[in-house]
Design a protein around this ligand. Structure first.
Ligand code: PRP
Length: 216
């Protein structure tokens, strides 16, 4: 039996994914050591490997088959547009992609004005404004603290993730329009999907059952 390799996003998503897998009896003890600098972890018994990667790199590992399975936010999945199969919505990491800005900026979204949109997600922003709203905008790519952009006058609005809404509130901004709901997704390499169909199907079915029970 060959190893099945999982690529997980460093941080909260990885922790939640591992907790979910544990409920299926899939554990990786060596991954729990907080002092470890190891990058790849093995469960010899189940012939599984796990590694942690930066979120936007997870779909890349899965597309190339360096990982068979990945867990990543839908935001990254849409933005990266890699050729992977999305097999399961894991439900956690739930938040929304939104157009945000000062309340006065709502007006600018109604009249198709040429505005500047700052975002970490240029592909999502472009698709939303060009294909859904048919509004021509200038998209400015940033790498973090996106809420700063309308405050300091870099852009009129932003396209960003809203979870609790507290970053917006504390900075005098609001949700102006909702783009799409987001959550963690399990993705599979298309070749692995065929070659390891039985093992992957069993895993996905098991996880789906647990998620169903939790929803009851
Ligand atoms: C994300 C997102 C928002 C914030 C939303 O930022 O970009 O800034 O969380 O969360 P809230 O609605 O609960 O306040 P993140 O913490 O990932 O950092 P970033 O600035 O690097 O994007």
């Amino acid at each position: 039996m060959r190893y099945l390799t999982f690529a997980l996003c460093k941080g909260r998503l990885a922790k939640k994914t591992l907790a979910l897998l544990e409920r299926l009896g899939i554990t990786c003890e060596e991954m729990k050591d907080p002092n470890s600098r190891k990058l790849i972890f093995v469960n010899e018994e189940l012939k599984l490997k796990f590694f942690l990667a930066k979120g936007p790199d997870v779909p890349t590992y899965v597309e190339y088959g360096a990982a068979d399975i990945g867990v990543v936010g839908k935001d990254i999945l849409v933005e990266e547009g890699k050729k992977v199969h999305e097999v399961l919505d894991l439900g956690f990491g739930a938040c929304k992609m939104c157009v945000c800005g000062p309340k006065e900026a709502k007006e600018l979204l109604l009249h198709h004005e040429l505005i500047r949109v700052a975002t970490k997600y240029p592909a999502i922003a472009k698709d939303y404004f060009y294909n859904k709203k048919h509004q021509t905008v200038e998209i400015i790519k940033l790498n973090g603290s996106i809420e700063l952009a309308p405050i300091v006058g870099l852009s009129e609005v932003i396209v960003d993730i809203v979870e609790t809404g507290s970053t917006l509130r504390e900075n005098g901004l609001a949700v102006l329009e909702e783009v799409c709901p987001l959550s963690a997704r399990m993705v599979v390499n298309p070749v692995s999907m065929r070659m390891e169909n039985d093992r992957i199907k069993e895993l996905v079915t098991g996880l789906r059952e647990i998620l169903k029970e939790d929803a009851r």
